[in-house]
Design a protein around this ligand. Structure first.
Ligand code: ADP
Ligand code: MG
Length: 465
């Protein structure tokens, strides 16, 4: 069951309810509900009205579930969840909607009301995650440039930085800030069509469109239509198209069509265009046309601010020393920082234990010795394993043994310390593109080369021991 047609399902439900719930009740309580998702067993809507869940459950639950049953062909549980975000916008929205309905009513002299779902339909087709908005993005010196650029693009889509290219390490907020642009535009420009996709989905779409079969031309046309009829295209993790020639070509064509007609393009990646191996020069240069903004690892204040932001919405009180402790331990990946925070608060509230440092250490499996990997330590271990000297490993020798040891050491330095490619490059006295190449090579080879993965695992055990 796909979620894409949830708006259609919901519209049909409203169509049925129009016949058996009074118009004022419908407009006051049911129309403002925002369908979120549904599956085999349930249908979930959000509301910004605190009273809606109890009132609807008490008075209209039967009509709603019956209508859903006749549309979906099965019984599902109807869940109404109060959403504070929506509540903040609700009064503004309600006023707008009322005005809109009034207009519609006078237009349709026969009295039928046509509901307006512009922004909801926009939302459903855009592929965006509700969590990733500007409102809950914490700005620090590490992401200031990307943030300001993203705001500018959101306010002036297609006219300022085009494309906006945001890059940085994993878990640092690239997807979040890119989607925030989408949300902002949907909210403020109801006529614009926004589409968020990961480069991986784009690759799949190209592959499907090119698959052999009778409908090949039609599929290709649909593909092109999907991507070329948008006003704002958000492509996440573009590095994943590297080396996929046909996909690159479609990205190139899509880029030209959109850019040429003043449509906004936003791209994220874990590296700059030049650092994407084998990316064609014409794409590299296009990606550099607009603005390139990087996101760095956040400093301790920003990490604490992010946790404080999460703590605000948490059901339990999180003491400041715990926030500081977590922010110190998780220093280079906000996804991991958030994950640890969620584990800690969930554990504490389910098991009703106090949030002190001892408990927190236990919950996150913290040990003092962890996370003190150094480049030198890693190189020593790897050199020992291959029976060469650290100096040889870091040198320029090209024998296959030395070259493999060097690549493995580079791979482990990146994986274990999460330092940047240029920093690793400085240590090895190599260009950072060389470091990148080695890292990618080992990573790719690990998928098929069992001996190599055995080597890496043995080394990891030694280094972590
Ligand atoms: P990336 O795409 O760079 O790998 P994400 O955008 O997925 O990272 O971010 C990982 C997690 O960290 C997400 O849950 C996101 O909401 C959160 N996050 C990242 N940066 C920030 C920030 N500046 N403020 C608040 N949350 C953030
Ligand atoms: Mg991402």
């Amino acid at each position: 069951m796909s979620q894409e047609n949830i708006v259609e399902v919901w519209n049909k439900v409203l169509g049925i309810l129009e016949n058996n719930i009074s118009e004022s009740t419908l407009n006051t309580w049911i129309v403002p509900l925002e369908p979120q998702y549904y599956d085999e067993n349930s249908f979930v809507v959000h509301t910004g009205q605190a009273l809606a869940p109890s009132i609807i459950k008490k008075n209209h639950y039967f009509e709603l579930t019956s209508a859903l049953k006749s549309v979906l062909g099965r019984e599902v549980e109807f869940k109404i969840i109060f959403d504070e975000e929506l509540a903040k916008n609700f009064s503004k929205k309600a006023a707008k909607r009322a005005a809109q309905l009034e207009k519609e009513e006078t237009k349709h002299t026969n009295g039928t009301i046509k509901y307006q779902y512009d922004s909801l339909t926009q939302m459903q087709s855009s592929n965006l995650n509700l969590k990733y908005k500007f409102e809950n993005f914490v700005v620090g010196s590490n992401n200031k440039l990307a943030y300001v650029a993203a705001q500018t693009v959101a306010q002036h889509p297609g006219t300022k930085y085009n494309p906006l290219y945001i890059y940085g390490g994993p878990g640092l907020g690239k997807t979040h800030i890119m989607q925030a642009i989408g949300h902002y535009i949907i909210k403020n420009r109801p006529n614009m069509k926004v589409l968020f996709i990961t480069a991986e989905e784009f690759v799949n779409d190209v592959v499907n469109a090119l698959a052999r079969g009778d409908e090949k031309t039609k599929k290709m046309n649909n593909f092109r239509k999907k991507y070329r009829e948008v006003d704002v295209l958000l492509i996440d993790d573009i590095q994943l198209i590297a080396g996929k020639t046909r996909t690159e070509e479609e990205v190139f064509n899509t880029f030209n069509v959109l850019h040429g007609s003043g449509k906004q393009i936003v791209i994220t990646s874990d590296r700059t265009p030049k650092e994407i191996p084998s990316l064609s020069d014409r794409l590299v240069s296009r990606f550099e046309w607009g603005l390139m903004a990087d996101i760095q690892v956040p400093d301790i204040e920003t990490r604490m601010a992010i946790l404080q932001n999460l703590a605000k919405d948490s059901s339990i009180e999180v003491p400041n020393n715990i926030i500081e402790f977590l922010a110190t331990v998780y220093s280079n990946n906000i996804r991991e920082l958030e994950g640890a925070f969620n584990r800690v608060t969930a554990y504490a509230s389910i098991n009703d234990v106090p949030l002190d440092i001892e408990n927190v250490k236990r919950i996150i499996n913290y040990s003092e010795e962890e996370k003190t990997y150094t480049f030198d330590g890693i190189v020593d271990e790897v050199a020992g394993y291959y029976n060469i000297s650290p100096k040889e490993l870091k040198g320029t020798g090209r024998s296959s043994k030395v070259a493999e040891a060097r690549q493995v050491a580079i791979y482990l330095c990146r994986e274990l310390t999460k330092q940047s490619f240029p920093d690793i490059g400085k240590f090895f006295d190599k260009k950072h593109t060389t470091i990148l190449y080695s890292y990618d090579k080992v990573k790719a080879e690990l998928k098929t080369n069992h001996l190599l993965s055995y080597t890496i695992n043995s080394l990891l055990k030694k280094i972590e021991a």
